[in-house]
Design a binder for this molecule. Sequence first.
Ligand code: TXE
Length: 482
Amino acid sequence: MRFRLEVKALIEVLNLINGQFCTTEECLENLNPATSKQTSVIPRSTASDVDAAVIAAKRAFPAWAILSYEERADWLDRIADALEAKSEEIAALESMDTGKPISLARAVDATRSIVNFRFFAEQVRELEVERFEMEDASNHVVMQPVGVAGLITPWNLPLYLLSWKIAPAIAMGNTVVAKPSELTPLTADLLARTLVEIGLPAGVVNIVHGYGHEAGQALTEHPDTRIISFTGGTATGKIVASTAAPMFKKLSLELGGKNSTIVFADADMKKTVAGVARAGLLNQGQVCLCGSRILVESSIYDQFMADLCKHIEAMKLGDPSDESTELGSLVSKEHRSKVESFIQIAKDDGGVICTGGKRPDIEEGAFLEPTVISGLDINSTCSTEEIFGPVIVAHPFDTEEQAVTIANGVEYGLAASVWTTDLEKGRRVSEALDTGMVWVNTWLHRDLRTPFGGTKASGVGREGGRWSLSFYSEAQNICIKQ
Ligand code: TXE
C-alpha cells in the first residue's frame, strides 16, 4: 500500500522575528512521516537568530506589559477567531506533519489550539487582585509580567502545546520567543502568519525554528529569557534544567511518563476495554499521558487481555488523511526504530507479544502495529521506561496495595487512571498514587482550569488555569501602612 503526497510544492517555513519573516543561511528538510516525502524546508536557526528574536521580544515588552488584562484578552480572542477560520488547515497540516489521523488532528489539535487562546483570555478577564488586611495596613498582590519567555515544545501535539504556553505567557504581559520541534514546524508557521495578518504588535511573539541543541539551547541559556517553559523528553529536560536553573530563571518542565492504567475486577468491562485501548494508543501512543502500563486484577486478567487485543486488532491503521483511520504513522522512521528496539528488548526479556509487534504492510512511512506485551517482570526495561509509541505492557495484580506499589515503582509520576465501579476505592487508590494527575473511569478528560504536571522524573511545576497565570508572572506584594 502507498499513500499520495499531499503537497504540490515545498512549503517554505520562516522564522518570525520582530514582525518580519526571515530565513537562515542553512535550512533543514521536513518530511511527511506517513509518506516519507519532503513537505517543507525550515530555518536552521543559530544563536544569533535567537539573539535577534530575544532582542525583539525585549523591545516589545514594555508596551505590551502596560496593556490592561482586558486589552490583552481581546488580542487573545482575535488570535482565536483567526485560527478558528483556519481550523481545517490546522488539522490538515498537523496530520501531514505528525502522521496522526486527520480526525484526531481536527478533534484534538485544531480544537484545543483555538480553545487555549479563548480560555486564557477568559482567565485573565476574571483575575482578581488578592488582598490581605491587617489591623494597621493592607496588602495587595500584583501579578507582574516577568519579561521574555522562552517556550520550547515537542512534536506530538505541536500547536496544541505551543498555544498552551503562548496564550498564558502573553496574557500575563510577557513577550515570547518560541522554538517548536524541528520535526513538526508547519502549524507554528501557520500561527506566525496568522499573528502578522491580525496585526499583533511586532516582537510580542517571535518564532525561531531549528534544532534543539542549537536554537533551543541558545534560547535556554540566553541571559534575557527570564522564563523557560519546556515540554519534551526527560533526558532533554535535564539539560534544560541544568542550563536554566543556575541562572534562576522561572522554569516549568513537562516531561515524560510511564503511566499506569489500573483495572479492577469490578470495572465496567466494555467501557474499560475501549477506554484502556484509547489511553494506551491515542496518537499512536505518543502522548506523555498515555497509559502504557496496564495493571489488571488477576481474576479477570485472561479475559480482559483477550478482549483488549480483540478491540485493538479491530482498530483501523493506515492513511492519516482517511477520515476513518484510527491509528496513523509514528512521527519519523528514526522514532519508529527506537520504539522497535524496545519491542526487541521485551522479547529478549521473555515478554510475550499478545498482538502487533511488527510493521504493517504499508510500503512507505513510519507505521507500526499497535502492540501489547505480557509476561515481563514489573521492573523490566519496557515496564518502567517511556517508550512513547503504540506499545502497551500488561501485568496482573492481586491486591489494591500491590497495584499501588507497582504503579508507584517507576521513576516517573505524571498520570494514572483507575477503572472500577467502586468510586470510594477509586478515590482511595488515586490518593495513594504518586502522580500529578489521576483519572477514574476516564482518561485525558481535561478541564483547563485544573493543574497539569507531574512528580519525580515527569517534571517540575504545574500549568493550567491559575497555575499557568502564576507561573507566567511574578507575585509582588505591596503592603500599605494606614
Ligand atoms: O524530544 P526532545 P525528542 C520523549 C519521548 C521521545 C523522547 C525524545 O520518549 O522518544 O522524548 O524525543 C528541543 N535545549 N518525548 O528527541 O529532545 C527540541 O528541538 C533546548 C516526550 O523529539 O525532548 C524540541 O523542540 N531544547 C514528550 C523539544 O526540545 C532542546 C514529547 C523536545 O525535544 C534541546 C516529545 C536542548 N538541548 C518527546 N534539545 C512529552 N513529554 O510530551 C532538544 N530540544
